[in-house]
Ligand binder design. Structure first.
Ligand SMILES: Nc1ncnc2c1ncn2[C@@H]1O[C@H](COP(=O)(O)OP(=O)(O)O)[C@@H](O)[C@H]1O
Ligand SMILES: [Mg+2]
Length: 396
């Protein structure tokens, strides 16, 4: 590492609202020669009351301006605590950290402009105040990465492709980076790609629908289908629910496209529960349907929108969904038969849990150096943008 390398903490809390993933990363250089070295990673759960409120708000339930302000500040405090706890766990003094990159918690995402008070408007909001994080940690903090891209007509998502390109670009291998969080997304990086060859989009639900079914059926006692235990108890064979889900409009929509809890949240759960009743599916059957839907919608996206444009040799999987053995085997068995290798990102020294946090460390580093890091072919923006805001800090 060169002298002017920076030690950056990247923090990610995704649509699953399960908590904060934190990656400690040493970064130096500049694109196309960024040097990125993961030093360690950890995670911190949200306190249950916070998680419940995040989910309530992200489902677009009412929130007064006062409550909104309070939640923004409280999350800022929690991110600051998470950063300081991570320093302790990873045995590094906060004074040694040059920069934090915090994604924040998405509570609204409307990537496609819609009519609002007479004007076509798109917007996205990630909360957890950056100035609070900077002041409480004494570490300069980059936050709010998405709005600049939206302002240029992009969807503000996905932003991880910049990091995928830096981490996975290969001279000879065409690669897809697949992250299965609450929502699933892919980044296609053709062999020897230029940044403008990269494209990316959200394929549809990742774990979100599975999680909501499990939480609904267990009255919140279980948060997710650990190791696909419930799905594996279900009936196998044809499912009318799966066939219906695969016809739904988001899956078929060509990219650029992005989605979130607004679409695949509570109202979607209701729709799937109704389908379950109509077709006499048991609880476990429906959990299996949702799991198969995740895998099938990812496959459809790859077949319809990636493979026609690019030769792919490898699919690199990250996010919590990489640990769902049913999703993983549905993908790896299918693609093995088609000559494409499916591997967990751990094989490329990127732990599945740390991938997105690592990405936000990289984006923060670029923002700090006043360089753009959206990929317009991924977001649909009219051009490059420097992403986010910087809150400068006095060391504590
Ligand atoms: N062992 C596992 N088996 C099945 N699913 C898992 C496992 N571990 C994590 N997950 C899934 O991953 C989700 C968290 O993924 P994550 O990448 O953190 O998503 P997000 O970025 O939306 O927070 C959990 O809610 C759960 O559905
Ligand atoms: Mg998470």
């Amino acid at each position: 590492m060169t002298k002017n390398s920076m030690l950056v903490l990247g923090m990610m809390s995704g649509t699953s609202a399960d908590g904060i993933d934190i990656a400690l990363v040493k970064i130096s250089g500049a694109p196309p020669n960024l040097k990125i070295k993961l030093q360690g990673h950890t995670k911190q759960s949200f306190p249950p009351a916070i998680r419940t409120e995040i989910l309530r708000v992200a489902e677009q339930n009412p929130l007064s301006p006062g409550e909104f302000s309070q939640l923004h500040a409280r999350l800022g405090q929690l991110y600051a605590e998470a950063a300081l706890n991570a320093c302790k766990k990873l045995k590094v003094s906060p004074r040694k950290i040059d920069l934090i990159g915090n994604h924040g918690q998405t509570i609204f995402h409307q990537g496609q402009p819609v009519n609002f008070l007479g004007a076509k408007t798109a917007s996205t909001l990630q909360i957890g105040d950056g100035s609070t994080i900077a002041a409480l940690t004494g570490i300069t903090t980059a936050s709010d990465f998405r709005p600049a891209d939206i302002a240029l007509g992009g969807q503000g998502a996905p932003l991880v492709p910049f990091a995928d390109y830096a981490l996975y670009r290969h001279k000879k291998l065409g690669r897809i980076s697949l992250n299965i969080g609450g929502i699933a997304n892919i980044t296609v990086i053709p062999a020897n790609a230029k940044p403008s060859d990269v494209f990316a989009f959200d394929t549809g639900p990742g774990n979100m629908l599975i999680d909501s079914l499990v939480q609904h059926f267990t009255h919140g006692r279980q948060r997710y289908d650990k190791n696909a235990r419930l799905a594996w108890k279900a009936r196998t064979g044809e499912s009318p629910v799966l066939s219906e889900l695969l016809k739904e409009p988001y899956v078929l929509l060509p990219p650029p496209k992005s989605t979130g809890r607004e679409y695949y949240g509570a109202s979607y759960l209701k729709k799937v529960l109704q389908m379950g009743q109509r077709y006499h599916r048991s609880q476990n059957d429906l959990i299996r349907d949702a799991t198969l839907f995740t895998a099938a919608s990812i496959r459809f996206a790859i077949e319809a929108f990636a493979l026609p444009h690019s030769k792919v040799d490898q699919i690199i999987v990250s996010g919590g969904g990489a640990k769902n053995p049913l999703i993983f085997s549905l993908l790896s068995d299918f693609y093995a038969a088609n000559g494409i290798e499916v591997v967990k990102s751990d094989h490329l020294n990127v732990p599945t849990d740390a991938k997105e946090a690592l990405a936000f460390a990289i984006l923060a580093y670029e923002t700090f150096h006043q360089r753009p890091s959206n990929i317009p072919t991924a977001t649909g923006a009219s051009g490059p943008a420097i992403l986010g805001k910087i809150s400068h800090a006095l060391p504590r």
